[in-house]
Design a protein around this ligand. Structure first.
Ligand SMILES: Nc1nc2c(ncn2[C@@H]2O[C@H](COP(=O)(O)OP(=O)(O)OP(=O)(O)O)[C@@H](O)[C@H]2O)c(=O)[nH]1
Ligand SMILES: [Mg+2]
Length: 378
């Protein structure tokens, strides 16, 4: 094909991995440019389009749809979103770039009635459509464990996205103990399935929200959880989109998100500090030892720390953050840090720690077939 007729949109939209997309365009450049050893700007601009990492945030079931709708309402330009549900009413009233009603035969648009086997059958019914729309390099899945749709369908969605070579990052809430034993048992079974297809898997127990406010009404608790999920996903996407600007490239991020060994792991924490020394140290530790997750930080083998602030952000402050976090993880763990400018933070400094290695006790319990950890007030 000569350069005039070369159409990169096919490569940009293709479902192959970033590396394959790179190889295709690099191959074209060699063919069309074989008289020169240099690369021209047309080629470089094509390359940038092709290498843009595609992220897709998927909300599954009622809770997942709510989380994604709120994310979409906050910042509709920021990210591609897809809501998936068996419940036509919930799906209609949700906001996302794309929507998919699964299991029309199985559920008649009426939801799964708290039965994960129905949620699972609904997803299997639409497996071909799912496969077509799951077209991204990194797929974020968010949903509430314990119902029928999210719990039963999310593992199928993760499986199909994985077949399309996506890195799968799953964030799910674990039901409050007060929601009952049956719900927690369903949650555990769903989690066990999801484990097979997730690279990063971060279950966040609703119960842990009570540590901050014991009188929290359940609906307010769900809202707080939505915020936690949205911030976590947005920060990781920000990191992916900012790659290159800040010391960190996508290869670093992918290494942290990708599965190590048999079980998916993950750690994330985001804090903000006004920059005074003692507070910087405290907030750096808090980002790593996220009290909502209580990760076993001795298990961290890869960690990225992203620090953002306005143009006043000084090297000495960044150094304080990095040295604090570095002293909290094993010496042999790899630690990468990046900084980015975010004038909207004013005088605040935002610290995000993203790590691989710590396996959630909920993942471990689901695999071992033991009960989920019980809620304890500290
Ligand atoms: N973060 C958040 N969690 C929620 C919300 N609503 C429910 N949950 C949690 O999510 C779990 C699953 O509930 P849903 O998402 O409504 O269930 P579903 O996946 O739609 O399943 P079915 O309705 O049974 O088909 C519940 O047990 C709650 O713990 C919400 O708005 N936000
Ligand atoms: Mg529902």
């Amino acid at each position: 094909m000569d350069e005039d007729t070369f159409d990169i949109s096919e490569i940009v939209n293709s479902r192959v991995s970033v590396r394959s997309r790179f190889n295709e365009i690099a191959h074209h450049n060699v063919n069309s440019n074989n008289s020169s050893n240099l690369d021209n700007d047309t080629y470089l601009s094509d390359l940038l389009k092709v290498l843009k990492i595609k992220s897709l945030v998927i909300g599954v079931g009622g809770a997942g749809n709510n989380t994604v709708s709120r994310m979409q309402d906050i910042d509709s330009e920021f990210v591609e979103t897809l809501n998936i549900n068996t419940d036509a009413h919930d799906l209609y009233y949700s906001s996302s770039n794309q929507k998919l009603l699964i299991g029309k035969e199985t559920c008649n648009g009426l939801g799964s009635g708290n039965d994960p086997s129905i949620g699972n059958a609904a997803a299997e019914e639409d497996v071909d459509r799912l496969s077509q729309v799951l077209n991204a390099d990194v797929v974020f899945l968010t949903f509430g464990l314990g119902g029928g749709t999210g719990t039963g369908a999310a593992p199928v969605i993760a499986r199909e996205a994985k077949k399309n070579k996506a890195t799968i990052v799953s964030f799910c809430s674990v039901p409050f103990t007060s929601e009952g034993t049956e719900r927690r048992l369903r949650a555990s079974k769903g989690l066990k399935e999801l484990i097979k297809y997730s690279d990063t898997l971060i279950p966040i127990p609703n119960d842990n929200l009570l540590r901050f406010n014991q009188k929290l009404p359940i609906l307010a608790g769900f809202k707080v959880m939505d915020e936690v999920l949205i911030r976590s996903i947005k920060e990781i996407i920000g990191l992916i989109n900012n790659c290159g600007l800040i010391n960190i490239d996508y290869a670093d991020v992918r290494k942290v998100l990708e599965k190590k060994g048999d079980l998916p792991s993950g750690l994330i924490g985001i804090t903000e500090s006004l920059g005074e020394e003692a507070d910087l140290i405290k907030k750096s530790k808090l980002a790593l030892h996220n009290p909502l997750l209580e990760p076993d930080t001795k298990k961290v083998d890869k960690c990225i720390v992203s620090v953002s602030g306005d143009h006043q952000l000084s090297l000495s402050k960044i150094d304080r953050i990095i040295s604090t976090i570095s002293s909290e993880i094993p010496e042999e763990a790899s630690l990468k840090f990046g900084t980015s400018l975010n004038p909207s933070l004013g005088s605040k400094i935002r610290i995000m720690a993203l790590g691989r290695g710590p396996i959630s006790p909920y993942v471990q319990a689901a695999v071992n077939g033991t009960e989920f950890p019980l809620y304890s007030l500290r």
